[in-house]
Design a protein around this ligand. Sequence first.
Ligand code: DUC
Ligand code: ZN
Ligand code: ZN
Length: 471
Amino acid sequence: MADYDLAIRGGTITTASDTFRGDMGVRAGRIVAVADRIEGAARDIDASGLRVMPGGIDSHVHLSQHAFGGPKMADDFLTGTRSAIAGGNTTVLPFALQPRGTSLRASVMDYHKEADGKCFADYGFHLIITDPSPSVLGQELPALVEDGYTSFKVFMTYDDLVLNDRQLLEVFECARGCRALVMVHCEGYDAIRFMTERLERADNTAPYYHAVSRPQIVEREAAHRAISHAELLDVPIMIVHVSGREAMEQIRWAQQRGLKVYGETCPQYIALTADDLKGLNMDESGSKYVCSPPPRDRASWDAIWEGLTQGVFQTFSSDHCPFYFEGPLGKKNPKARTSFRWVPNGIPGVETRMPILWSKGVAEGRITANEFVALTSTNHAKMYGLYPNKGSIGVGFDADLVLWDDNRKETIRQELMHHGTDYTPYEGLAVTGWPVMTILRGKVVAEEGKILGEPGDGAFLKRAISPYATT
Ligand code: DUC
Ligand code: ZN
Ligand code: ZN
């Protein structure tokens, strides 16, 4: 009998801290040996000329969700996780959203029903809290944290999601008690409503005005407020999808004061700008880029790189939130054409996250390959209670791997994508660096754009308490 189920041989193994040539032996889905040379496997994969990295962990994706004023998302768990593995990811963390007035536990069960047996990648759930009633705060959340749902998300905007300051404080206090990590969507509700109504009165309703209605100032104000509330209660928070200098500097300021404030940014903030929302002659093609916070400008790209290279941001996630462009549910449906406020709010990106960061980061010399691994995998595992099963390469880790071609040049195109939606906002973007093979717990699930895994390969992950969530 063979010693190993699988050997991956001759690759450049790259973790968040080390880079070395070597072989890896896999048994029962786990890495059981890393050595100069490994013999005696049932299957050998030749990784020479390729880099072997921990599979991507995308800790911010939306699948099968109704939210953000739009129809149901264009990706369910099947198509969304299919797209994830094609892009080099092995774990995703989507959200279970509590519609107001309902039980959080029941919502979690609904999302489980949607996901069971459909996933190509491993997955867990963050809990979106829209209704922090006494029973949610007192009973449901502590029990759900015990059951492995160890992170929450709260919103400071959107009619059907927004929490007021008192509610934010109540959730923060609950999180402190049960040691959950709170992700905060920082944009100020009243300022956005005011700006939106003013723009509409002036007939400025094209997609571009989405960006005008929620400038960096509203993101900065909300970030500062969230940080202040977190400081008041001495609770760690993660500020998600940071778009530019203003919010980045708030997080850096908090970190310099010794507060446990963490940051996440996304590909749209280093690869898109508000000008993309102008489309052709202000027509509705700009709606392809409508997401929140909106993409800013090239100076903001520089600020995001400053945050990435200085350690202000721990995670680089996609915020994959796909809607169709065409059709009755699409971004240019008749109602959406009457005002930017009705354009389904979000863009796809789980499949393109890693190539975009590699290309603009490593290939263009801004970050190292080790920093790339930290930003796309290791830090997500540590932040969200998946380490040390996930997020690195070593004896005992799950054999979740991506074989990567550093030098492969591709042009991102919709026809290469495996998501459910009908466009990619990165159409035509030339990148260097591409996933060649994705391996989930020792099984080759994607190779050269071909899906070899099956729905149901992905398992639900009960997550531990985040070490970042403790005060
Ligand atoms: N927030 C997200 O996290 N994703 C999509 C839209 C939004 O507002
Ligand atoms: Zn958000
Ligand atoms: Zn999101």
